[in-house]
Each structure stands twice: as structure tokens, then as C-alpha cells.
Ligand binder design. Structure first.
Ligand code: PGA
Length: 277
């Protein structure tokens, strides 16, 4: 298990990201709602993190996490013990001459329980390839961190009918090889054209993509692929969260702008609770 390996390697233990329930006719999977603060947040915003963590405890059936700037992880995780704080990126190496980068052990040491990898803003601005994203995911999992691995198509690819093939290609190149990946891995489907734009795919477009991702996960990991949570991300807001969470194979959300304030984020968590179990 990655967590055990991480403890052995690092001598420190990540706060557990609660595991999904088995998917089946009777038991619906727990939803995961993760905030992505991107390059937002200063010390003064720890109070907002405390407010989100405290209120999230009311929604026992939903896993909630906040992925904050690396420099805030330690303060945030000390402020909200037991609440999962995550990073937004990780380097694939354990250590070395990589100026400005952060390793998985550093994230863990700072108190992180998980990290995002492969966000489209990094795939674009840092030219991250699928194979690099895969290496980052494997490094994080090996250290005992949960991983939210992002995929998503650009608008021109959706317009040309290549959305599903593009996303499946990204998965083929970036899914970790570890056979127990389902325990700590979530996929975030984030159409690039929906991020920060207020545009959202239709429910049937989300359903089609999430079903295709689910098929790929079960091809890759067998029945355990059923337990990998597939999050939707891109302009999720209190006003559309309920409709999105009702779509089959939507096991939660990765939320950017609407995760910065408890007043926006908590109604999204509440909507996930309404559609859990
Ligand atoms: P958004 O960002 O909710 O602001 O669209 C989502 C993301 O990029 O993870």
C-alpha cells in the first residue's frame, strides 16, 4: 500500500483521505469535493480554511479537501488537524537540483494528505506531458499522498468531435501503473474551456465523458477501477452543483473560484451531501 510505503520512506504519515465505499447497487460512493485555490491565499485566509473545515464536518457523508498554495500547506494543516489539505502540483523526483520545485515527501512533511497533478493550467503553462504527469502521480502515491489527476479537452477538440478520444489519450498516457491506485486516486475531468469561464458542458456531455473514463479505468484496473472517483471540474457553483452531482459517474467536484469563500463552497458540499448515499 502506498500509505505504508510512504510511512516507511518518510517516517511521517499523511492524514488519511477517506476511502471511497465500494460501488454497487446498494452503496453509493462517497462524493469528494476538493477546492483548488490556485495562486490565491495568504496567512489572513487561514480563517476561511478554518471556516470551511469546521462547517464541512456537518456533512459526514462527503469527503472535503482544500488544495492550497504550497507555501500555505503547513499553516493550513496545523490550523485544521484531520482536515485534508493538499498541494496543487508535485515534482516526480524525491529530491535534487530542481529549483523552485516541491517533492512528494516535502508535501507530506508539510502536512499534506493529497495533491493535484496534471492540471490544464500546468499542462499549458509548464508544458507538462502525459508521461510527466504519470511520473508525478506515481511519486505522490508512492509517498502515501492521495492524487487528483486532471484531464480535459480544449474547445477546438470538443468542437471537432475529438473530446472523448483526447481525454482517453490523456488517461492512457498519465494514469499511474500502480495496481492499488484505486485506493488513493481520483480523476478530475475538467474541460479546459469550462475552467473559470462560467461555461459548463451539458449533463449529457458530462455523462458521456464520465462513462468513457469509467470504462477506461475498469479496463486498466479491473473491478477496482469502479472505485476510482471521477470528479467534474470547471465553473462548478452553488447554482449548478446539484445538477452536476446528479449525473451518473460524477463522484464529486474539483472547484476553483467557488472554493475560495466558505459561503460559496459550502453550498456545493451540501449539494454533494444531497446526492451521496
Ligand atoms: P473553476 O476552476 O471552478 O474556477 O472553473 C476549476 C479548476 O481549474 O480546477
Amino acid at each position: 500500500m502506498g500509505a505504508a510505503l510512504g510511512v516507511r520512506l518518510a517516517g511521517i504519515k499523511a492524514a488519511p483521505l477517506v476511502r471511497p465505499q465500494p460501488r454497487g447497487a446498494q452503496v453509493a460512493p462517497r462524493k469528494l469535493v476538493a477546492g483548488n485555490w490556485k495562486m490565491h491565499g495568504l496567512s489572513a485566509d487561514i480563517a476561511e480554511i478554518e471556516a470551511i473545515a469546521a462547517a464541512s464536518r456537518r456533512f459526514a457523508g462527503v469527503d472535503v479537501a482544500l488544495c492550497v498554495p504550497a507555501i500555505l500547506i503547513e499553516r493550513a494543516s496545523r490550523a485544521v488537524p484531520g482536515f485534508p489539505i493538499g498541494g496543487q502540483d508535485v515534482h516526480h523526483s524525491d529530491e535534487g537540483a530542481h529549483t523552485g520545485c516541491t517533492s512528494a515527501r516535502m508535501l507530506l512533511d508539510a502536512g499534506a494528505a493529497l495533491t493535484i497533478v496534471g492540471h490544464s493550467e500546468r499542462r499549458d503553462s509548464q508544458r507538462e506531458s502525459d508521461s510527466e504527469v504519470k511520473a508525478k502521480a506515481e511519486a505522490a502515491l508512492a509517498c502515501g499522498l492521495g492524487v487528483i489527476l486532471c484531464v480535459g479537452e480544449r474547445l477546438e477538440l470538443r468542437d471537432s468531435g475529438a473530446a472523448v478520444s483526447t481525454v482517453l489519450g490523456q488517461l492512457d498516457g498519465s494514469l499511474p501503473d500502480r495496481s492499488n491506485a484505486e485506493a488513493e486516486l481520483a480523476i478530475a475531468y475538467e474541460p479546459v474551456w469550462a475552467i473559470g469561464t462560467g461555461k459548463v458542458p451539458t449533463a449529457s456531455e458530462i455523462a458521456e465523458m464520465h462513462a468513457a473514463i469509467r470504462d477506461r479505468l475498469t479496463q486498466r484496473y479491473g473491478r477496482q477501477g469502479e472505485q476510482v472517483r471521477i470528479l467534474y471540474g470547471g465553473s462548478v457553483k452553488p447554482s449548478n452543483a446539484g445538477e452536476i452531482f446528479a449525473v451518473p459517474n460524477v463522484d464529486g467536484a474539483l472547484v476553483g473560484g467557488a472554493s475560495l469563500k466558505a459561503a460559496d463552497f459550502l453550498p456545493i458540499v451540501a449539494a454533494a451531501a444531497d446526492h451521496s448515499g
